[in-house]
Design a protein around this ligand. Structure first.
Ligand code: BMA
Length: 333
């Protein structure tokens, strides 16, 4: 296990963080956070930002930048707002979008949280331009969130990663499959929160969508630990089989990124780093993560995909699989 002396800095904060704040917004709002991200065909970085209004409800607004760092152009109108008439489950807002480009459909998928009376639930929409959306509606009922689509089919099936809540048994990462993007089944638990004193003991969830590499899918997940002064959200790494993303190959013991800058430590919800999106530079190796800081603003950090894979090979351990039916008897780790 990595001790303090071995802690390697994989993610480097952009020196001009935070990159987007509510002061930059063209209309009044309480906070901007947890953006989905994608690089468009022309190289523009598009962030679909969660914007919280003064009721505490969120909608999604587009910000664009030529270099993904500065010069942001922010739309004056929301790109995606709750549609209570047709989708009443969006009652208390739409949150935390994860974007994937789906080559087969020539569309982007936006998987987001519909904040319903029953709690957060998973909804899916498709778009070609982030102006018009084809809403497929609620695909997984509450309580569930932290979901993203894999960009291609596996044996003819689409795959969705998500994080349901199992009352009394914790909050872990699952994967499900579908023929039509609407009806989901074959549910598998793929990564568990740990126990007790671990940094990721209290709950885990997918952060940005999985990152495809020749060696497997990199998962950046958030892990939460409840402390005397509140929750701490940090990031950890796991690797999944390229052709069978239900299979976790490796998982690191230590976190790789956590709140330390003032803008990550102070805000509406202190001590939160929460990426929902990433882009990859033209070099094919530089990974930029876009993350909410303290549920207040948006920051960016970059890492090398090669370094992440080396780190996982050095520090990752094989993941034990506990069938859900064996949960009652599972050993504490
Ligand atoms: C999670 C999500 C995120 C939020 C984080 C910290 O459960 O709701 O939207 O950033 O909590 O408050």
């Amino acid at each position: 296990m990595a001790g303090n002396d071995e802690f390697e800095v994989l993610f480097h904060r952009y020196e001009r963080n935070p990159i987007l704040t509510r002061e930059m917004w063209p209309y009044p709002c309480n906070s901007v956070l947890n953006p989905g991200a994608i690089r468009l065909a022309d190289g523009t970085t598009l962030l679909l930002c969660r914007v919280e209004d003064f009721r505490g409800h969120s909608h999604l607004t587009v910000a664009r930048s030529a270099d993904g760092r500065g010069g942001w152009e922010i739309d004056r109108e929301p790109s995606f707002a709750p549609d209570l008439e047709q989708f009443p489950e969006e009652l208390w807002g739409v949150e935390d979008p994860r974007i994937s480009y789906i080559p087969e459909l020539e569309k982007y998928s936006v998987v987001y949280v519909a904040y319903s009376r029953g709690g957060p639930a998973v909804s899916l929409a498709l778009t070609e331009d982030f102006r018009h959306y084809e809403r497929l509606g609620l695909v997984l009922p509450p309580e569930n969130k932290d979901a993203a689509l894999l960009p291609r089919r596996f044996d003819g099936l689409w795959m969705l990663i998500h994080r349901p809540v199992m009352p009394g048994l914790g909050q872990h990462i699952w994967i499900s499959s579908s023929k039509d993007l609407i009806h989901w089944g074959h549910h598998h638990l793929i990564l568990e929160a740990r126990y007790g004193g671990w940094w990721d003991a209290d709950k885990i969830g997918l952060s940005p969508p999985m990152i495809e590499t020749p060696e497997g899918w990199i998962m950046i997940y958030h892990g939460v630990r409840v402390t005397a002064s509140g929750r701490i959200y940090r990031l950890g790494l796991a690797l999944f089989d390229l052709e069978d993303p239900t299979k976790a190959l490796l998982r690191g013991d230590s976190w790789v990124f956590g709140p330390s800058a003032t803008y990550e430590r102070e805000g509406d919800v202190p001590n939160v780093v929460f990426p929902c999106g990433y882009t990859i530079d033209d070099d094919g190796d530089t990974l930029n993560i876009y993350y909410g800081v303290a549920d207040t603003a948006i920051a960016m950090a970059h890492a090398s995909i090669t370094d992440i894979l080396h780190w996982l090979k050095r520090h990752g351990r094989p993941v034990e699989h506990t069938p859900v039916s064996g949960w009652e008897t599972r050993p504490l780790t």
